[in-house]
Design a protein around this ligand. Structure first.
Ligand SMILES: C[S@@+](CC[C@H](N)C(=O)[O-])C[C@H]1O[C@@H](n2cnc3c(N)ncnc32)[C@H](O)[C@@H]1O
Length: 279
C-alpha cells in the first residue's frame, strides 16, 4: 500500500495540486499529511485519490474537484455551474472599496460565487451590498459563501440583470463582471473554461452584448453621481469606454490588472443631467 508521500509523487500532477487533492480526499489538513507522509494511505483513500487525480489529469479544474478556490485570501465554495473566481477580478474589488462612498450601497450584477460582493462587504463593513445572478445555482452558492464567510448581510437575488430590482431601487455603485467572450472565442474550448458554465463566459454574440445591456440599463438604478464599473477582456477597453460614453457616463477610465492589461472600465453619472443644468 503506498504512503501519502508516494501517492503525491506518483500522481502525475504538480505537487501542490496532488497535495490539495489528497487533503480533500482524506479530510486531513496539509500539516497532518506532511507530518504523516511516510505512513500508508489505506485502500479506500488511495482509491478516492486515484479517481480525483485521474479527473484532474483529464482536465477538470482543481477548484471543482476540491470544491473551493481562494480569492482575496478567503476560501469561496464552488460547484460546477459557478464560475471559478479569477485573480484578475481583484481589480474590481480594489476599485469598489476605494470608490464607494461611506455608508453607501453597492450592487454586484452576475455575482457567481459572490467573490466580489462578499469581499467588498467584508473589506468595507459600512456598505450595504446586493448581489444578483441569473443562475439559481450561482445564487445559492453565493448566499452560502456570504453566510460561511461572515457576510450574511449580503442580500442575494436571482434573475436577469436588472429584473430582480424594484423600479425605484438605486445604488451608489454598480459593479459587474459579465460574460464577455464572443460565442466563437477559441478559449471556450480550452483549459478550465471547458468545464465552466457557458452562460458565465459568453453572451453568445460578439462579447459586448451583456456589457451593452449593463451600460445602458445602469443609469436607472444609480443615484446621482453614482458609479458603474464593468470588467471586460483585455482587448475590449476602447469598446466599453465607448459604451459608457454613449450611455451618458463621465470621468470614464480603464484600470489595468496585474499583467498591465486593460481589465475594468469605470464611469460616473453626471451630478446633474443636461436638462437639469438648463432649468
Ligand atoms: C464572468 S461570471 C462572473 C462571476 C463573479 N462575479 C466573478 O467575478 O467571479 C458572469 C456571471 O454572470 C451571470 N450571468 C450571465 N448572464 C446573466 C444575466 N442575464 N443576468 C444576471 N446574471 C447573469 C453568470 O451566471 C455568472 O455568474
Amino acid at each position: 500500500m503506498p504512503t501519502h508521500d508516494q501517492l503525491i509523487a506518483t500522481s502525475g500532477l504538480p505537487r501542490h495540486e496532488a497535495r490539495a487533492l489528497l487533503e480533500h480526499a482524506s479530510g486531513r489538513r496539509r500539516e497532518w499529511l506532511i507530518g504523516h507522509g511516510d505512513e500508508e494511505a489505506g485502500e479506500a483513500l488511495a482509491a478516492r485519490f486515484a479517481t480525483l487525480a485521474l479527473r484532474r489529469r483529464q482536465g477538470e479544474p482543481l477548484a471543482y474537484l476540491v470544491g473551493w478556490r481562494e480569492f482575496h485570501g478567503r476560501r469561496f465554495e464552488l460547484e460546477p455551474g459557478v464560475l471559478i473566481p479569477r485573480a484578475d477580478t481583484e481589480v474590481a474589488v480594489r476599485w469598489v472599496c476605494a470608490t464607494a462612498p461611506e455608508g453607501g450601497s453597492v450592487l454586484d450584477l452576475g455575482t457567481g460565487s459572490a467573490a466580489i460582493a462578499v469581499t467588498v462587504a467584508l473589506e468595507r463593513p459600512d456598505l450595504s451590498v446586493l448581489a444578483t445572478d441569473l443562475s439559481p445555482v450561482a445564487a445559492r452558492v453565493a448566499a452560502r459563501n456570504a453566510g460561511l464567510l461572515g457576510a450574511a448581510r449580503v442580500e442575494v437575488r436571482t434573475g436577469n440583470w436588472f429584473a430582480p430590482l424594484r423600479p425605484d431601487e438605486r445604488f451608489d455603485l454598480i459593479i459587474s463582471n459579465p460574460p464577455y467572450l464572443a460565442a466563437d472565442d477559441p478559449h471556450l474550448g480550452t483549459g478550465d473554461l471547458r468545464f465552466e458554465p457557458r452562460t458565465a463566459l459568453t453572451d453568445e454574440a460578439d462579447g459586448l452584448r451583456a456589457l451593452h445591456v449593463l451600460a445602458t440599463g445602469a443609469a436607472a438604478h444609480l443615484r446621482c453621481a453614482g458609479w458603474l464599473g464593468l470588467e471586460h477582456g483585455w482587448t475590449q477597453g476602447a469598446a466599453v469606454r465607448a459604451l459608457l460614453a454613449a450611455a451618458g457616463f463621465v470621468a470614464i477610465r480603464t484600470l489595468h490588472d496585474d499583467e498591465h492589461r486593460e481589465r475594468l472600465s469605470v464611469g460616473r453619472l453626471p451630478s446633474q443631467t443636461a436638462a437639469e443644468r438648463q432649468e
